[in-house]
Design a protein around this ligand. Structure first.
Ligand SMILES: [Zn+2]
Length: 479
């Protein structure tokens, strides 16, 4: 009897597992001059705005030239909007809306890029080549494509005489790739002192992709609703040193190796957090057969799904706090015992845990008083709050995605890396991480890798997306 009831529940839940996609009839397109826009992105790539942790390695002249180029390329923005410069190279544009009762929205995109060398590239990384229907080069995907398309959208609307009722802020840091403290960090601090709250904040972090989710063959627009925390711990062990010909039973390197071994054998437990559950709630109904049945019945089959997820490094990272030993240092010579051994472990913290709870657990698992555990404070971030998938902000965002990319399914998701958005979570409960870029699974490696490029037609879509988003933010009254 119990089995029958169980089966009935499973079937009913599967059948009533209805789509959460906003219905759209056809896509929205604007008459953007894509050739000119592609030319401007191509020029933007030419500025080597490479950030580095070592300030002396940064060519700040490139940022100055890049910003002069922006001023020349977008004359209406620079004559109409309020532009402020924060901490020398951080940019903040404010497009004042007519209705001061409406909370503004904030768009984020960074100016800096990671380094690139010519080797392996089809077209040199800073050439901005336009070929084979792509714009090529470092920054086209991360993140100048986003910055430039937002500016294109604003310039387009200004040319049309558009006046938003809701204010639009655009903030752009210059050191996101090395932590973002000087750029986004300082801009967020400035906005905090102004007491501004945003209806929503939109940054990079996720894209539209395909071929990633089993059971879904088309495009999926992944909207990051939270990002994991970041914690680096330094482990050290001190010993006497001496000659390697008469070693103690364990050297300092051996002590740390044992500690790391314990950590790897005792992973953090798996947990299904709201963003990951959201992914199944949004994509499950679009699946068929067994997949749909499983995701409609997570209440029963959650443990099976978690076990499956933890078998692959990427999906594993979405259901648990991860610990990655990354650096190890002992003595300087083969026959000298190490006085001091040092290991670095990089942890990515899942929502529900904290820098403190992770540090405590690592200490507890290692359980060796000879091992000192110190958090590297400068590079630590608590996991972000989870932004809602109900309410005006998420609806405006998802509706805009569906209007511009009607072929894509929309879903919330957890961001495994970190973004500049971290700094702004106190300025809005609705912080989303999504760029309307179409990146097939096989091309993900181009971000920070070789042959970073964006299809020209997708770049046009990006511009249309931001145009629509600004308009929808002023006109949609879903609240
Ligand atoms: Zn980036």
């Amino acid at each position: 009897m119990l089995i029958v009831i169980l089966l009935v529940v499973i079937v009913v839940r599967t059948v009533s597992f209805k789509t959460k996609q906003v219905p759209v009839s056809s896509g929205v397109v604007y008459p953007v001059n894509i050739d000119e826009a592609a030319g401007r992105l191509s020029s933007a790539v030419g500025f080597k705005t490479v950030s580095s942790l070592d300030q002396s390695q940064v060519d700040y002249g490139q940022l100055t030239l890049f910003q002069a180029f922006l001023a020349k390329s977008f004359p209406l923005i620079h004559s109409t909007l309020k532009k402020e410069t924060i901490n020398k190279y951080g940019l903040l544009y404010v497009w004042q809306g007519s209705d001061t009762g409406k909370k503004p929205i904030l768009l984020l995109a960074h100016q800096d890029v990671v380094p690139a060398w010519d080797e392996g590239w089809t077209h040199p990384p800073f050439s901005g080549a336009i070929a084979e229907n792509y714009i090529w080069g470092r920054g086209t995907m991360d993140n100048k494509g986003s910055l430039m398309s937002i500016l294109e959208a604003m310039e387009f609307l200004l040319k049309e005489g558009y006046k938003p009722s809701r204010s639009v802020y655009l903030a752009s840091g210059f050191d996101e790739e090395v932590g973002g403290r000087e750029g986004a960090g300082k801009i967020a601090e400035y906005l905090r002192t102004q007491g501004i709250q945003f209806e929503f904040v939109l940054d990079e972090g996720m894209v539209a992709t395909n071929g990633v989710v089993p059971g879904i063959s088309g495009w999926v627009a992944l909207i990051g609703t939270a990002e994991k925390g970041y914690l680096t711990l330094e482990l050290t062990a001190e010993g006497k040193g001496g000659h390697a010909s008469s070693p103690p039973r364990e050297t300092t390197v051996g002590i740390l190796a044992a500690a790391i071994n314990k950590l790897q054998n005792n992973p953090f437990r798996t947990r299904m957090t709201t963003p990951t559950r959201g992914l199944f709630e949004y994509l499950g109904p679009e699946m068929r057969g067994l997949n749909k049945m499983i995701f409609a019945n997570l209440w029963l089959l959650g443990p099976v799904v978690k076990a499956k997820l933890s078998s692959n490094p990427t999906t594993n990272a979405s259901v648990r706090t991860t610990v990655a030993p990354t650096m190890f240092e002992g003595s300087q010579q083969d026959n000298i015992l190490p006085m001091l051994a040092r290991a670095t472990i990089n942890c990515r913290i899942l929502q529900g845990e904290s820098i403190k709870s992770v540090t405590d657990r690592v200490t507890e698992v290692i359980k060796d008083p000879r091992v000192n555990i110190t958090p590297v404070t400068l590079s630590s971030f608590e996991p972000s709050p989870v932004s809602p998938t109900v309410g005006w902000s998420f609806e405006v965002l998802t509706q805009t995605v569906r209007e511009i990319m009607p072929d894509a399914l929309v879903t919330p998701m957890l961001v495994l890396g970190r973004t500049d958005c971290t700094y702004f979570t106190g300025l809005s409960p609705c912080c989303y991480r999504f760029v309307p870029q179409r990146v097939p699974a096989a091309e993900m490696a181009a971000i920070h890798g070789i042959n970073e490029r964006i299809p020209i037609d997708n770049y046009g879509e990006m511009i249309c997306f931001y145009i629509r988003l600004i308009q929808n933010s002023s006109t949609l009254l879903l609240k």
